[in-house]
Design a protein around this ligand. Structure first.
Ligand SMILES: [Zn+2]
Length: 240
């Protein structure tokens, strides 16, 4: 039997361990089941090297995602899908530069270089993605005056993309989030998935961040607070 002090010490260790990436999961210990879905966020040419809003090392997520996806029977992908002259583009706001912010009716909006315009090559999914079983592609950000980082809700906080209802009707209980960028579309998707009642894992090495003014550390802190589990792709069992 453990005495009280030993129990408290063990609890203290667990609490600390849960703050460190992947400390709670042994390699290959997570086995996605039929109630699990992989959400592949915005792996599009504009966010990859050579793109107009390239995320540093963004291309490195592709082989990690391709490998991990083999463990999932349910995969949903997203595409940022903006109108020309979208409200999130710095180019439509006089005197504003990319990465500055403005106040819109729904809150603060970071301004971006033009990216992922509907029907352009930049908006296409990476040709190196190899996930033939992917069953649904959610397009988001297609309302000209509202951005949508999240795959679940637009930035006004109320317009749904329909993804939560889709996943629930398919009896999905847990989602694994990967893609670009960690601190924007991945984090907002993970946080909204928690709000919608899903168990949520973010696969850290299958994501890359933009890190605009501390946004990456803030995103991880917000996700930890919301109960998002931070794991590595090696924690997921993939049969060869
Ligand atoms: Zn966008």
């Amino acid at each position: 039997m453990l005495n009280r002090r030993q129990i408290l010490a063990a609890l203290g260790t667990t609490t600390l361990a849960s703050l460190a990436p992947s400390a709670l999961f042994a390699a290959g210990s997570i086995k996605p089941d039929d109630a699990s879905a992989l959400l592949v966020i915005d792996v599009q040419n504009c966010f990859l090297p050579g793109g107009s809003l390239a995320v540093k090392e963004g291309e490195q997520v592709v082989p990690v995602i391709n490998k991990m996806a083999k463990a999932f029977s349910n995969v949903v992908m997203t595409q940022d899908w903006h109108t020309p002259g979208h409200v999130s583009f710095a180019s439509v706001h006089a005197g504003k530069k990319p990465f500055e912010t403005i106040d819109l009716p729904y809150g603060k909006q970071v301004l971006w270089p033009d990216h992922c315009v509907q029907g352009t090559d930049g908006a296409a999914l990476s040709k190196d993605l190899s996930i033939p079983q992917a069953e649904l592609i959610i397009r988001k950000g297609f309302h000209k005056d509202v951005d949508s980082y999240s795959a679940f809700l637009e930035a006004d906080g109320k317009t749904t993309t329909g993804l939560a209802a889709y996943l629930k009707s398919r009896k999905i209980k847990r989602v694994f989030v990967a893609g670009l960028a960690t601190d924007f579309c991945v984090a907002w998707t993970a946080l909204d998935a928690r709000k919608a009642g899903f168990e949520v894992y973010v696969v850290e090495d299958a994501c890359r961040g933009i890190d605009n003014q501390g946004s990456l550390a803030k995103a991880w802190a917000d996700m930890a607070k919301a109960g998002v589990k931070r794991i590595q792709s090696a924690d997921i069992a993939v049969s060869a």
